[in-house]
Design a protein around this ligand. Structure first.
Ligand SMILES: [Mn+2]
Length: 283
């Protein structure tokens, strides 16, 4: 699997990068992407922080480089699926479409190497259910759909009146003694959603807290984030999942660089280099 420091996986799952926000650890993610590759890469929401960008334009070179790196991986043949979150909800108008080889979907079923089905979803849909009305999750489809709709309306109103998205993870952090409870409630709610979708597991993000466990009878996997914890989820060829933490720059330089150069040359020869501007236009 390791070849000159480049690890290849069956699938990689990345969420909550928050490109465009000052807290985004773009250099570390870039370094991570240089050393990790996969047949399928899932972008599990909040990759671009559209809300932050709307108020102040913050887009340093490293943020551009992350976008370029992802587009290049897609060009080189990685299957790439983008499941938008609440911070990149501008992409939610593009469900079912592709840009730069990346498929955009509201949710996705990932078929594991072992044949197990995993629901891939960002997770913000359930904020209100988690904090206020978890009992709704146990009711019929109608009440449940209603709770999710109320959650969306609630956050749309907040935004219209100039408040940010009501962030579960931020709120839980302010109430440190309750944080563990809320993380647990979030996990339980997402597990219920996995069951509703007849899935064997759920792979999500949103609360910036990486995890892999089976505490509620269904596999719960959270990608974590690239603001504080710098984590991603990798699926091994045998279907095992692993949390990879990448909080320090690798000392090995860039094993992927030569391949990139070749790909870039080949691409330039065809006269169709996708610039960062293309992506900004596309999103
Ligand atoms: Mn989110």
């Amino acid at each position: 699997m390791t070849e000159g420091g480049l690890r290849h996986f069956r699938a990689l799952f990345i969420s909550d990068v928050h490109l465009g926000a000052r807290g985004c650890q773009a250099e570390l993610l870039l370094d991570f992407l240089r050393h990790h590759d996969a047949d399928t890469i899932y972008l599990v929401g909040d990759i671009v922080d559209g809300w932050r960008l709307r108020s102040t334009w913050y887009w340093p070179q490293a943020h551009n480089d992350v976008v370029q790196k992802l587009l290049r991986k897609a060009r080189k043949g990685a299957r790439m699926i983008y499941v938008p979150g609440n911070h990149d909800e501008f992409l939610r108008e593009y469900y079912g479409t592709h840009f730069g080889g990346i498929k955009v979907a509201e949710r996705y079923i990932h078929l594991g190497a072992d044949g197990r089905r995993y629901l891939v979803i960002h997770g913000d849909h359930f904020d209100l259910v988690v904090t206020q009305a978890r009992w709704l999750a146990h009711l019929g489809d109608y009440a449940y759909t209603l709770a999710i709709a109320i959650n969306r309306v609630f956050n749309n109103l907040r935004r219209r009146f100039g408040f940010g998205y009501w962030s579960l993870s931020q709120w839980a952090k302010h109430k440190v003694k309750n944080a563990v409870n809320y993380i647990g409630e979030f996990e339980r709610t997402l597990v219920i959603e996995a069951r509703r979708n007849a899935a064997d597991g759920v792979i999500c993000g949103h609360i910036h807290h990486a995890a892999i466990h089976n505490n509620f009878g269904v596999t719960y996997i959270n990608c974590g984030d690239w603001v504080e914890s710098c984590t991603a989820i990798a699926e091994h060829p045998d279907g095992r999942f692993e949390i990879i933490t990448w909080t320090t720059m690798s000392p090995h330089g860039d094993p992927d660089r030569e391949v990139e150069r070749e790909a870039e040359t080949a691409h330039t020869a065809r006269g169709a280099v996708a610039g960062a501007g293309d992506l900004v236009d596309a999103v």
